[in-house]
Write a protein that binds this ligand. Structure first.
Ligand SMILES: *Cc1c(COP(=O)(O)O)cnc(C)c1O
Length: 368
């Protein structure tokens, strides 16, 4: 084992909650034995009694981790298969990280608002405090990390959550800042980069997008990915953690014995075939075109006070009356999201980019 790898192992083992060090994960039937042709070790039924003709039996428990799915995502992301954990969306990954690394009432997470809401909620349900170091405005609507503020607020912090591109702002974080963040956090905590929207920024080359290629250099880096956004598969509930294998091993101690339903595993493997990935990029391009069209429509309207530049599938707007706009559109059956409760985002709304027809309808009903 190289010096580097030894280091990685030590770091994840040192940072995990102390009781996990000796915890032996539940050895489910599927996890503890494989092979064989007659499976009588999991109290499953021999078949599904009412499977429709041509349908698939669902009588067997799925694998703990699907090797096929994890390899497919590893290939897509340009990482090694032992650097991948698949689970119920990135929301589950956020919760697993907190459960594995934060001692309740003792360890804290750090977030940079305005940001995705689930980091703080998951910490709260777990009994961990959240330290907030707001993003800083760097000219116009370009919100970026306050590195000095983060440096001064790292005490008891085990996880730093940043979101790039940002939900709800829509802009990417500066790459040099992310490196500076990894350097300043060092081995004291994990830096979690939530890349839920990363496909919307990429050049159709999934290997070079985002920060996954930095995993070899930074053992403290954790990347969150999902099939819910660009892949258009939110109903499947499938997301991925990309991290050093030693971190994946720790997360495997706290994840459920059968995290993903078999239909989800099958659907996700399909979505990662070459033709499906090509279709994903096409949908992504259509979405970006609709986003640019909406932005043009919004320009010059008196009630629009600020348009946040977006590299995602949504736009954030500061408007004269956020709740009024939300109500007015909802009366026409069009739902958008009020973001006014977020830090520094009074009177702001977030609009997801839909189909061309949906955008026609939205544009037709926007106030002049
Ligand atoms: C939508 C979203 C998620 C949740 O993704 P799932 O994989 O559906 O759980 C996580 N992070 C951010 C920033 C999101 O916008």
């Amino acid at each position: 084992m190289s010096a580097d790898l030894t280091n990685q192992t030590n770091m994840a083992e040192r940072l995990q909650r102390s009781h996990l060090r000796d915890l032996v994960p539940y050895a489910s039937a599927r996890r503890s034995m494989s092979g064989g042709g007659i499976w009588l070790n999991a109290n499953e039924a021999p078949r599904t009694p009412s499977t429709a003709p041509g349908g698939v039996d669902n009588n067997r428990y799925p694998p703990f981790q699907s090797a096929v799915l994890n390899q497919a995502y590893a290939d897509y992301a340009g990482v090694a298969v032992d650097q991948v954990l698949s689970g119920r969306g990135s929301d589950e990954a956020i919760e697993l990280l907190i459960r594995a690394f934060c001692e309740p009432k003792q360890d804290r997470i750090l977030i940079c608002p305005p940001t995705y809401g689930m980091y703080a909620i998951s910490a709260q349900t777990h009994g961990s405090d959240t330290v907030q170091v707001p993003l800083q405005q760097r000219g116009g609507a370009n919100w970026q990390l306050d590195l000095e503020g983060i440096r001064n607020n790292l005490s008891s912090v085990k996880l730093v959550f940043v979101c790039s591109p940002s939900n709800p702002l829509g802009n990417p974080l500066d790459g040099a800042d992310l490196i500076a963040l990894l350097e300043l956090v060092g081995e004291q905590a994990l830096v979690v980069v939530d890349e839920a929207y990363i496909e919307f920024t990429a050049q159709r080359s999934s290997h070079t997008m985002g920060v996954a290629s930095w995993l070899e250099r930074y053992p403290q880096l954790v990347v969150l990915r999902t099939l819910s956004k660009a892949f258009g598969l939110a109903a499947l509930r499938c997301g991925f953690v990309l991290a050093a294998s030693s971190i994946i091993t720790v997360l495997q101690k706290v994840i459920a014995p059968y995290p993903l339903p078999q239909p989800t595993i099958d659907g996700a493997i399909n979505a990662l075939q070459a033709d499906a990935i090509a279709a994903m990029w096409q949908l992504r391009d259509d979405t970006i075109n609709q986003r640019q069209r909406l932005l043009k429509e919004l320009q010059g309207r008196s009630w629009v006070q600020q348009i946040y530049p977006s590299v995602t599938n949504f736009v954030l707007l500061k408007v004269s009356d956020a709740e009024g706009l939300v109500q007015q559109l909802s009366a026409d059956g069009i739902l958008i999201r009020n973001q006014s409760k977020q830090f520094a985002l009074s009177n702001s709304v977030r609009i997801s980019i839909g189909s061309a027809t949906e955008m026609d309808q939205l544009i037709a009903r926007l106030p002049a």
